[in-house]
Design a protein around this ligand. Structure first.
Ligand SMILES: Cc1cc2nc3c(=O)[nH]c(=O)nc-3n(C[C@H](O)[C@H](O)[C@H](O)COP(=O)(O)OP(=O)(O)OC[C@H]3O[C@@H](n4cnc5c(N)ncnc54)[C@H](O)[C@@H]3O)c2cc1C
Ligand SMILES: NC(=O)c1ccc[n+]([C@@H]2O[C@H](COP(=O)([O-])OP(=O)(O)OC[C@H]3O[C@@H](n4cnc5c(N)ncnc54)[C@H](O)[C@@H]3O)[C@@H](O)[C@H]2O)c1
Length: 487
């Protein structure tokens, strides 16, 4: 076994680990990046990027089918599954290639390949070939898909997102379990590409929505296009030949149905990659899920005796906000602090922002209304809403489905959060997140310029409604009279 002594060891060369490496290097030349799997990051290989590539193909098919609504006839739309998947893999490989170039440029001496696990709080054993002793350590090991044992009956027809992006062709049918973020993004894309689909959930959850009104609108909208049962009664799963056979009660009728699918796609959540790390040997304080307790602004873990430690945790591994921009930000903070330890700096944490690339898109900004009520008190939160159904630009584009609900604090009028379901709300969500970062009041937001005709005019309607709920402005009595048909 080789021995290596370094200042800072980073476990995991994903988005968080790479950010951590660059931040740590500003403090020391002795920074080692350890990777146990394939280089290239979850985001580029099996996450954000290939999923958006599949969605882009699905959108093209959908737009072509919808063209008739504009009086444009394109004839029968045919999806060439092989060509779709070939482009997904090709562009995915290009994104991965970009990351591999970055990894290459780190220099061979600064990388080590092999699965790392703790031998003691300062020592990692890597792939049975190297013992690495480090002054500080960053855990950036990411997460992986998880599913209940029941699904194992599907054998090798049980797949997760990773498998989808290696397909050479599209299958005929898929049963998606989990109408969360991954399940809805991939499910809707597969449906639009002509794959027969059913989506089964538990407990009623749908995407990221917590606001019941937005949830109900979204649930109705998705179900108009494909079958989604957020609280499904699935009775049996078995493998039969090349098929997965699922017996379930149909959502509205309660009829018992048995259907065959090519695959069961498990999109039932992700678990942090901490279980194969011998984390107990790091002697850290763990929460009841086995995740190290850490400080949100420094990413520093607590030792078992509650003293602040020399180990930091960033990205999906800490399960706090499993999103790419958070993994990058946390990696930077953790790497910086691992470098400057024991003197630490609090990093800047962004307001919560999440976007789901379905159509209509789903987005959340700030805390949910329930969380805000807990923080501020039941009667301190005002709500404003606007529909996209007769919003000018959305009608023009024939994408006039959706609803947004915005929250603000009574008295101060400060904008606090939103749940958005509608066309291209990724952009509205950014505007709102940027405003939330600046702690802007609803009144001040309404003083901003709004062009015409744009989707932002719909946001203005929601802000006006919110301002009226705050009793800081008049209710909208006659829409369109003042602002034209954009609202
Ligand atoms: C299908 C899908 C779509 C997504 N889409 C989006 C999106 O649109 N927008 C968004 O913001 N987020 C999205 N995400 C989430 C985003 O991809 C993750 O939050 C982000 O990639 C996490 O980065 P990370 O560095 O924490 O983990 P990773 O990139 O997974 O890196 C962890 C690394 O650690 C390595 N590792 C693990 N254990 C060990 C060990 N013991 N020793 C050595 N190495 C180890 C792994 O091999 C891996 O390379 C998506 C995720 C999925 C699955
Ligand atoms: N656009 C994006 O930003 C994006 C896209 C994909 C993934 N991600 C990240 O990846 C994370 C993981 O995504 P995810 O979709 O796996 O998790 P998720 O938590 O969003 O959804 C999991 C869903 O599975 C359901 N579920 C749990 N057990 C089930 C069972 N036995 N049967 C049926 N349904 C079950 C849950 O109720 C939930 O609706 C997300 O939280 C997000 O942070 C982000």
């Amino acid at each position: 076994m080789q021995e290596r002594k370094v200042e800072i060891a980073i476990v995991g060369a994903g988005s968080a680990g790479l950010s951590a490496w660059h931040a740590a290097r500003k403090h020391s030349d002795s920074v080692l990046l350890i990777e146990g799997g394939a280089y290239g990051t979850t985001c580029a290989r099996v996450g954000c990027m290939p999923s958006k590539l599949l969605i882009a193909a699905a959108e093209a098919a959908h737009q072509a089918r919808e063209a008739g609504g504009f009086g444009v006839e394109v004839g029968t739309v045919e999806v060439d599954g092989r060509a779709v998947m070939e482009r997904v893999r090709r562009e995915r490989d290009r994104f991965v290639g970009g990351v591999l170039g970055t990894v290459e440029r780190l220099g061979e001496a600064n990388r080590l390949e092999g699965h790392a696990r703790f031998a003691d709080p300062h020592t990692l054993v890597v792939g049975e070939h190297t013992r690495v002793t480090a002054r500080t350590i960053v855990i950036a090991t990411g997460s992986r898909g998880t599913w209940p044992d029941l699904f194992d009956a599907a054998g090798d027809r049980l797949i997760v997102n990773d498998d989808v992006f290696d397909w050479e062709d599209l299958p005929d049918s898929v049963a998606v379990f989990g109408p969360g973020v991954i399940g809805l993004e991939l499910g809707q894309a597969l449906h639009r590409l002509g794959v027969r689909l059913r989506v089964f959930g538990v407990g009623g959850a749908l995407g990221p929505f917590r606001d019941e009104t937005v949830w109900a609108y979204a649930e109705r909208t998705f179900n108009e296009a494909f079958y989604v049962d957020p609280d499904a009664q699935v009775e049996h799963i078995e493998r039969d030949g090349d098929a997965v056979v699922i017996t379930f009660l149909e959502r509205d009728s309660g009829t018992r149905l048995t259907e065959r699918f090519d695959y069961l796609l498990a999109a039932t959540g992700r678990q942090p990659n901490l279980d194969r790390l011998d984390i107990e040997r790091a002697r850290l304080a763990l929460d009841d899920q086995g995740v190290p307790r850490f400080h949100r602004f420094t990413l520093q873990c607590l030792n078992a005796d509650e003293s602040p430690g020399h180990i930091f945790i960033a990205g999906d591994a800490n399960q706090a906000l499993p999103l790419l921009h958070e993994a990058n930000a946390e990696g930077r903070i953790a790497g910086d602090n691992a470098g400057r330890y024991p003197e630490l700096r609090a990093g800047h944490r962004h307001v919560p922002l999440a976007v789901v690339f379905t159509e209509p898109q789903m987005a959340t900004v700030g805390a949910s209304r329930a969380e805000l009520e807990r923080q501020f008190g039941d009667d301190c939160i005002a709500t404003g809403e606007a529909s996209f159904e007769d919003q000018g630009r959305a009608v023009v584009m024939r994408q006039n489905r959706g609803l947004m609900r915005l929250y603000a604090e009574h008295g101060s009028g400060q904008f606090l959060g939103a749940e958005l379901f509608g066309p291209r709300v990724e952009h509205l969500a950014h505007l709102l997140a940027w405003m939330l970062e600046q702690r802007v009041s609803v009144g001040r937001l309404l003083e901003m310029p709004f062009y015409h005709p744009v989707l932002e005019e719909g946001l203005r309607s929601a802000l006006r409604d919110l301002n009226a709920s705050l009793r800081q402005g008049p209710a909208i009595t006659e829409r369109c009279m003042e602002c034209g048909p954009g609202d």
